[in-house]
Design a protein around this ligand. Structure first.
Ligand SMILES: Cc1cc2nc3c(=O)[nH]c(=O)nc-3n(C[C@H](O)[C@H](O)[C@H](O)COP(=O)(O)OP(=O)(O)OC[C@H]3O[C@@H](n4cnc5c(N)ncnc54)[C@H](O)[C@@H]3O)c2cc1C
Length: 495
């Protein structure tokens, strides 16, 4: 395949991996560009039947070339390494539910996704087997069951809590996790690193090629061909500029970097950035408002599998406001139960509470034209703020959790309730949002950039809204669906 016939995929994180799997199966042999070096992001994970005994991982990098224009305390993290942020993630993989799409629709046209759960479900089915998921086998209203490798249910004593929380319209079930029950020893910092688990095997069998140390900077729009014809890059090691011709591009550089590449891709046709005719690109940035809860109990209970308290019903919540509670179950928590002489049993529970924010046009990334630019990328203006309403929703989830534990006779004492600063969930999305109309979105229902259909955006930047669920599984399902459509369009010479 000549260079100009190639699909170029930017990134090697989970979204890029899903795209690479589907494109290489379709015979496209994509070329992947990774800004990080081949040796970056290495770590160690040792796990026996789902219980992690050792974990070594690199520190998470905070992006510093930012001017805060929203909450001055907001944070932006990234990992420029093979596998991206899957070097750090906790591997929780809940599906979005039909309610998550209905919730967006009831909030009005600005927030409506151009697809629903029915269109996405076959793509969850396609991706989940790659993730070796252990999780609950049955659907509950706000969490559809996925395609599992191993079934998990909560230990019997948790049933009393599940009964009690159902009175507040919530369900309590086991959280689905990638590689949740596996026995593994890997040089990755997590059980599932997207590069190690998915991209490297395809690379080894010759189904794709990959350039490390290659930072994509802009996409070249051809006015005559009416499409993007090349990716302009910088060799991070030598500083050399590269022009890589292509037939199509899949942007999977993460929700901030993908939007930045499009914003920097200016031309006579797109003076404000590729696909940005209506000034939407970079806007509607969202992250999950996050609170940490720590409780002591009047008894010991099973630590694993970790529990998940779902959001409340649509009838019991305002449009686009929700929060769910995800129990912690790390190597250190398990080690503490061993040291206490009660292996696997704990009288202390910790939870991360992920809430939602209504995406706003004011929360955004934009290129900071006033700041001096480096050779590699421009500094950003960064605005992310949580309305007070988010905190109320997190408090409501915490109260429902504590009431359920209390009524089940677990005598909980709240020790910590702490709301983190914006950006701390590292679940960024929305900057290239998906919408039927270019007035409200950057990409269409197949993640193709409005006005430049040989470019698809594969990561969570396409999320129209940010349901309270962890984003990776849905980003991968959307990436797979969009890549399948791209491969069919390329075969039909439609793009
Ligand atoms: C501590 C922690 C725990 C988490 N736990 C979970 C969880 O349990 N479940 C969940 O769903 N999510 C979780 N997340 C979030 C999850 O890790 C991210 O949402 C996910 O990795 C995003 O995937 P991505 O492919 O879109 O982007 P990334 O993972 O950010 O990957 C982007 C890739 O693009 C590359 N890149 C960036 N810019 C360029 C460029 N210009 N040119 C070339 N390459 C470029 C990067 O090097 C990287 O390889 C967690 C995150 C953190 C930090």
């Amino acid at each position: 395949m000549s260079d100009a016939e190639r699909v170029v995929v930017v990134g090697t994180g989970p979204a890029a991996a899903a795209a690479a799997v589907v494109l290489s199966e379709a015979g496209q042999e994509p070329l992947l560009l990774e800004a990080g070096s081949g040796s970056a992001g290495l770590g160690l994970t040792a796990r026996v039947r789902g219980l992690t005994f050792a974990k070594v991982r690199p520190a998470l990098a905070r992006r510093s070339d930012l001017t805060m224009t929203g909450d001055p305390k907001a944070e932006l993290f990234e990992e420029l390494a093979p596998g991206g942020l899957s070097n750090h993630w906790a591997c929780a993989v809940p599906r979005f539910s039909p309610d998550d799409f209905d919730d967006a629709t009831r909030a009005g046209v600005e927030y409506s996704w151009p697809l629903g759960y029915a269109e996405l479900a076959p793509w969850y089915d396609r991706i989940e087997p790659l993730l070796h998921i252990a999780g609950p086998a049955a659907d509950v209203p706000r969490l559809p069951a996925g395609r599992l490798k191993d079934r998990w249910s909560l230990a019997p004593e948790w049933e009393a809590v599940a009964r009690e929380v159902s009175t507040s319209g919530r369900d309590l079930i086991a959280m689905p996790y990638a590689y949740g029950s596996e026995t593994i020893l890997t040089r990755s910092a997590t059980a599932f690193n997207a590069y190690t688990r998915l991209i490297k095997p395809i690379l080894q069998r010759g189904g794709l090629s990959l350039r490390f140390d290659t930072r994509a900077q802009t996409l070249e729009w051809s006015n005559t061909e009416r499409r993007v014809v090349a990716v302009h890059c910088r060799d991070v090691g030598t500083g050399a500029r590269l022009r890589i011709p292509c037939r199509a591009v899949v942007l999977a550089a993460g929700a901030v970097n993908s939007a930045q590449i499009l914003l920097e891709s200016t031309s006579g046709e797109f003076p404000e950035g590729l696909g940005n005719r209506h000034g939407v690109l970079g806007r509607y940035l969202h992250d999950h408002p996050l609170a940490k809860v720590f409780v002591e109990l009047g008894r010991r209970v099973s630590l694993a599998p970790a529990s998940y308290l779902t959001r409340s019903s649509l009838a019991g919540s305002d449009p686009l406001y929700a929060a769910a509670c995800m129990q912690w179950n790390s190597a250190s928590h398990m080690a503490r139960t061993l040291l206490s002489g009660h292996p696997g049993l704990t009288s202390r529970l910790g939870f991360s509470l992920f809430g939602t924010m209504i995406p706003s046009r004011e929360d955004q990334i934009a290129i900071d034209r006033r700041a001096p630019s480096s050779d590699t990328r421009s500094p950003l203006l960064f605005s992310l703020r949580y309305p007070q309403r988010c905190v109320q929703e997190l408090e409501r989830a915490k109260d429902d959790l504590l009431a359920g534990l209390e009524r089940a006779g677990w005598a909980p004492r709240l020790k910590v309730f702490h709301v983190e600063v914006p950006g701390n969930s590292v679940h960024y999305g929305g900057t290239c949002r998906m919408h039927e109309s270019p007035r409200f979105g950057v990409v269409d229902a197949f993640s193709r950039v409005h006005g430049a259909p040989n470019v698809i955006v594969a990561d969570s930047s396409v999320f129209t809204t940010g349901p309270e669920k962890n984003p990776v599984l849905t980003a991968m399902a959307l990436a797979a669906r969009a890549s399948d459509r791209l491969a069919r369009d390329l075969r039909a010479f439609a793009v």
